[in-house]
Design a protein around this ligand. Structure first.
Ligand code: PLP
Length: 374
C-alpha cells in the first residue's frame, strides 16, 4: 500500500540570491505569474506573444524576425540553436575556456556534428588571432563562443573581431549570451552575431522556463534547408515556426505563466532602458569588486575582461570555499557559489544580476562575506 505523504504548505526560505543564477525575481514578475491563465492560442495570448517577441528584439538589439522564447531553460534554447544549425557532417568550432563551451561540444556531437577546438585556458577569453588560425585550419561551418562565461567570470571582448573572422570563412556564429543578456553590453546585429540564445533567470531576473533565442535570416535559411530533420522534434525550429511564425498554430502548449513572467521582466528592461541597465550592472558590480579587493581578495579575471554579472573571486589561502558558502547560506540566507571544472575549489562565483544588482544587496554581501572570512 502506498501511504499518503504528509507534505506541509510550501514555505521556501527567503534567500538573497547572489550566485550564478537564478537571481532574485522582481516583485512585478512574481505578480505577473499569479495572473489567470488563458489558452496558448487565445487571441489575447497571441498578442502577448507578439509583445514578448518585440521586447526580446529590443533587449537583444536585433531586428531578427526569428526571435522567440523557447519553452524550457537556457539549455533548451542552446540545444534549439545548436541542434538546428548544426547538421550531420558539419564541423563546429567550440572554445575550451570554460564549462559551457564543453556543453556546446556535447550538443554539437549529438546533433551529428564534428567538433574542433579553439583553445584558451579557463579564466581567459578567446584571442581573435587563435580563432582565425583555427578557422584556417578546420574551415568550420559553425563557430560557437560564450559571451559571458559563468564558470570563470570572464567577458569575451572583441566580439565583432570574432564574428568578422568567422564570416570571412563563411561560418555561422552562435553566441551563448545566457549571463549577458539584459545585464552586459550586447548588440546582436551590430556585432554580426547570427544566432544568440540566453536564459531568463540571470540578468532578466525571471524564473527559468522560457528561454530567449534569436536567429538571423542567414542562420534560419540554413535551418530551413536542412536535408535531415533536426533530431529533436520538440526543439525543431522548422516546426516551431508554425507557432511563433505567421500561422500561430499548435505545436506544443506554451508555458503560459513563464511567458507572462518573461513579458514583465522584459518590460522592466525597456522601462529602465537597455544602456542604463548595463550601466547599473557595471556600477553595482563595480562596488562589489572594489569591496572585495579592499578586503584583500583578488578577482579571477583581469579588469579588461571582468564580467559584472558574475564576479569570480579567488578563494584566499587557508580558506575552504564550501565552508564559506555554507556559512553564508546558514547565517545570512545568502547564496553565492563555488567554482566548477578547472576552477573547482579556487574561486567564489558571486552573481550581481538583474534585480539582485542593487546597492543594498551588494552592501549585505560585503558585510556577510567579511564576517564569513573573519
Ligand atoms: N550557458 C551558460 C553560460 C550558463 O551559465 C548556463 C546556466 O547557468 C547555461 C548555458 C544553461 O542554462 P540552464 O541552466 O538554464 O539550462
Amino acid at each position: 500500500m502506498v501511504e499518503k505523504p504528509d507534505v506541509g504548505e510550501l514555505t521556501p526560505p527567503d534567500r538573497t540570491l547572489m550566485g550564478p543564477g537564478p537571481s532574485e525575481v522582481h516583485p512585478r514578475v512574481l505578480r505577473a505569474m499569479s495572473t489567470p491563465l488563458v489558452g496558448h492560442l487565445d487571441p489575447s495570448f497571441i498578442e502577448i506573444m507578439n509583445e514578448v517577441q518585440d521586447l526580446l528584439r529590443y533587449t537583444f538589439r536585433t531586428d531578427n524576425q526569428w526571435t522567440i522564447p523557447v519553452s524550457g531553460t537556457g539549455s533548451a534554447a542552446m540545444e534549439a540553436a545548436i541542434g538546428n544549425v548544426v547538421e550531420p557532417g558539419d564541423t563546429m568550432l567550440v572554445p575550451t575556456n570554460g564549462y559551457f563551451g564543453g556543453r556546446m561540444e556535447e550538443m554539437a556531437t549529438r546533433a551529428g556534428g564534428e567538433v574542433v577546438h579553439v583553445d584558451a585556458p579557463w579564466g581567459e577569453p578567446l584571442d581573435p588571432a587563435d580563432v582565425a588560425a583555427a578557422m584556417d585550419e578546420h574551415q568550420p561551418d559553425v563557430f560557437g563562443f560564450v559571451h559571458a562565461e559563468t564558470s570563470t567570470g570572464v567577458l569575451q571582448p572583441q566580439v565583432p573581431e570574432l564574428t568578422d573572422v568567422a564570416h570571412d570563412h563563411d561560418a555561422i556564429v552562435i553566441a551563448d549570451t545566457v549571463t549577458s543578456l539584459g545585464g552586459v553590453e550586447l548588440k546582436v546585429d551590430e556585432w554580426g552575431i547570427d544566432v544568440a540564445y540566453s536564459g531568463p533567470q540571470k540578468c532578466l531576473s525571471c524564473p527559468p522556463g522560457a528561454a530567449p533565442l534569436t536567429l538571423n535570416d542567414r542562420a534560419m535559411d540554413k535551418v530551413l534547408s536542412r536535408e535531415e530533420d533536426a533530431r529533436s522534434w520538440y526543439l525543431d525550429l522548422s516546426l516551431l515556426e508554425g507557432y511563433w511564425g505567421d500561422d500561430r498554430s499548435y505545436h506544443h502548449t506554451a508555458p503560459i505563466t513563464n511567458v507572462y513572467a518573461l513579458r514583465e521582466a522584459l518590460r522592466l528592461v525597456a522601462e529602465e532602458g537597455i544602456e542604463d541597465r548595463w550601466e547599473r550592472h557595471r556600477e553595482n558590480a563595480g562596488a562589489l569588486k572594489a569591496g572585495v579587493e579592499a578586503m584583500g581578495l583578488e578577482m579571477n579575471a583581469p579588469d579588461d575582461y571582468w564580467l559584472p554579472s558574475l564576479n569570480a573571486v579567488r578563494v584566499p589561502d587557508g580558506v575552504t570555499d564550501t565552508d564559506v558558502t555554507s556559512y553564508l547560506l546558514d547565517q545570512y540566507d545568502l547564496e553565492i557559489a563555488t567554482g566548477l571544472g578547472d576552477l573547482e575549489g579556487d574561486i567564489f562565483r558571486i552573481g550581481c544580476m538583474g534585480y539582485s544588482s542593487r546597492a543594498e544587496t551588494v552592501s549585505y554581501l560585503m558585510a556577510a562575506l567579511g564576517d564569513a572570512l573573519s
